[in-house]
Design a binder for this molecule. Structure first.
Ligand SMILES: Cc1cc2nc3c(=O)[nH]c(=O)nc-3n(C[C@H](O)[C@H](O)[C@H](O)COP(=O)(O)OP(=O)(O)OC[C@H]3O[C@@H](n4cnc5c(N)ncnc54)[C@H](O)[C@@H]3O)c2cc1C
Length: 508
């Protein structure tokens, strides 16, 4: 294999790495992605795409394919077993929030082994090169770029790749963070788990067309059961004694555990796989070093109680992709890249805090004390978390999370979903974003501002108030759908004003 130069080398082809790859390729960036594994994930693991994640996937044209593998609405309970005493109902579709009022994108319930191949295929369609069985063995960086030694695992051949930037998406156990001297802190390992993936007809015991997630606490074990509605597959994961090994979980023992979990004493499940994994909570002290950026589990590890690890990985990939693309295309100065850590690390910390609290409530109530973080509202975390960095111009010091149902389009927050008319048809404002910078306004006086100014009409009359721009103001929205700046009214020289704002937030 010939030694090469690429603009971005991505190490890791999980949800984080493949998202970075896809979104970079979509921006026309020359990207090479390597994974030491033979292919994409074989296990369901991260199941569920919040509408915020789905908005990003929709921009890459893969929403339908992701939804094709999506189970129905989710029911979450803490219970003794599937039919046993229910200690608490956490979520049912009857009490689900009205996500349609927040986003044009749906809530997906696809599992990781379905989503990763979708991201991979689309990345390759867009021109990205993705090599499996290819391991990063070492790398160095200097002022101009990164030099990486890659091992082709089947042949043992080593090659050198030079890249302008390296995205480290090498997961929980990846070595890149350590080799940069970045430490991580947090609650650390919480519990060793045995995950049993099995096939069985449980249609009489779980709601058909629904995704069932039961946290289980009984005499035999503490664990969780997830039914992946689309193909009779289910996962039972249980905390295990660290002295035990996988060999201790033979077919008979797994079958007995599944029968206890499901309350079906004569069930004969087909055991598809048994794996060991570690529930943990970690946060990297920094998310970047020089030309290297950590995404997904390389940057933070969250307990899956909350379903946000995979979602955060996709969102990290999107964030670093648009920022790297802007710098590589000469549209932004390198200072923009500092906003990756400034924005993503506080969010990751909130995800870990919220998921850790969920872990204590659902798996380990004996750990509940004053040090356990306070609950965080799921919708505020998903839609109303602030971005505070040089890439936004906030109007005040208030950086509290906001209720997305009453959000007012303040800079630093996700631009709200409002149905408007554009090019003769109804569309969501959210669907205007993603291809570049967009100026949302109803006043044509803002037209020549050097960014996309879609011609909009506002039949519902809600745009002006939801964006805080009235009939004459404007809101400047970043490629990730976050408001960077707004003006409540028309300004004297709109073009010069917007260009000045862009110079500031893009560090140019
Ligand atoms: C049992 C379980 C259930 C979960 N449930 C949920 C859930 O319901 N919802 C949710 O959002 N999240 C969930 N998660 C978390 C989610 O799976 C992870 O957050 C997500 O997979 C992280 O993706 P990643 O791309 O950062 O890392 P990974 O998926 O771990 O990918 C790491 C990649 O790095 C590659 N790699 C590592 N080292 C090298 C090297 N030296 N050279 C080349 N390649 C390398 C690997 O081959 C792999 O491709 C769950 C996790 C587990 C374990």
């Amino acid at each position: 294999m010939k030694d090469t130069h690429v603009q971005v080398l991505v190490v890791g082809a999980g949800l984080g790495g493949l998202s970075a790859t896809l979104f970079l390729a979509q921006q026309g960036i020359d990207v090479l992605t390597v994974s030491k594994h033979a292919g994409t994930a074989l296990h369901p693991k991260a199941t569920g795409q919040t509408p915020r994640t789905m908005e990003l996937l929709r921009r890459a044209g893969v929403e339908d394919e992701v939804m094709a593998g999506s189970g129905g609405p989710i029911t979450i309970k803490i219970a003794e077993s599937l039919q046993g005493e229910v200690f608490r109902t956490i979520a049912t579709d009857e009490d689900a929030p009205d996500f349609g009022a927040l986003s044009p994108a749906p809530f997906g319930m696809a599992s990781q082994d379905h989503v990763e191949p979708v991201l991979l295929d689309r990345s390759r369609d867009l021109g990205a090169e993705v090599r499996f069985h290819t391991e990063l063995v070492s790398f160095t960086q200097d002022g101009d770029g990164v030099e990486a030694r890659l091992l082709d695992v089947p042949t043992g051949r080593l090659t050198t790749v030079r890249a302008d930037y390296l995205v480290a998406a090498d997961g929980h156990r990846g070595k890149i963070r350590e080799s940069l001297g970045i430490e991580r802190h947090g609650h650390g390992p919480l519990a060793g788990h045995i995950g049993i993936i099995f096939e069985a007809d449980l249609s009489l015991h779980t709601a058909p067309g629904r995704t069932t997630l039961f946290y289980l606490r009984n005499q035999a074990f503490t664990g969780a059961f997830v039914s992946l509605t689309t193909d009779r597959r289910h996962v039972l994961t249980i905390e295990h004694d660290s002295r035990e090994s996988l060999a201790d979980y033979d077919e008979d023992r797994c079958t007995a555990l599944i029968r206890t979990a499901t309350d079906v004493p004569d069930l004969t499940p087909k055991i598809l796989d048994v794996t060991r994994w570690e529930m943990a909570a970690w946060m990297a002290d920094r998310f970047s070093s020089g030309r290297v950026f950590l995404v997904g589990d390389a940057a933070k590890v969250t307990p899956p109680t909350g379903g946000l690890g995979g979602n955060t990985a996709v969102q990290d990939g999107y964030d670093i992709a648009w920022k790297l693309a802007a710098v590589l295309k000469g549209e932004a100065g390198t200072g923009l890249l500092a906003s990756y850590e400034a924005e993503r690390r506080p969010y990751a910390q909130a995800v870990v805090d919220s998921s850790y609290r969920n872990y204590v409530e659902r798996f380990a109530p004996h750990l509940m004390d004053d040090d356990v973080p306070a609950p965080i509202d799921y919708l505020e975390l998903g839609f109303g978390f602030p971005c505070r960095s040089s890439a936004v111009l906030p109007e005040d010091d208030d950086a509290a999370m906001e209720d997305p149902f009453t959000s007012t389009g303040r800079p630093g927050y996700r631009a709200p979903h409002v149905t408007v008319r554009h090019n003769g048809s109804e569309t969501s404002t959210v669907d205007l974003f993603g291809r570049g910078w967009v100026l949302v306004t109803l006043d044509p006086a803002w037209n020549d501002c050097g960014v996309d100014v879609p011609v909009l009409t506002d039949p519902s009359g809600r745009l002006g108030t939801r964006y805080g721009i009235g009939d004459r103001g404007a809101s400047l929205v970043r490629p990730d759908g976050v408001v960077a700046w707004r003006s409540p009214d028309l300004v004297l020289d709109p073009g010069a004003t917007v260009r000045r704002v862009l110079d500031s937030v893009l560090d140019r």
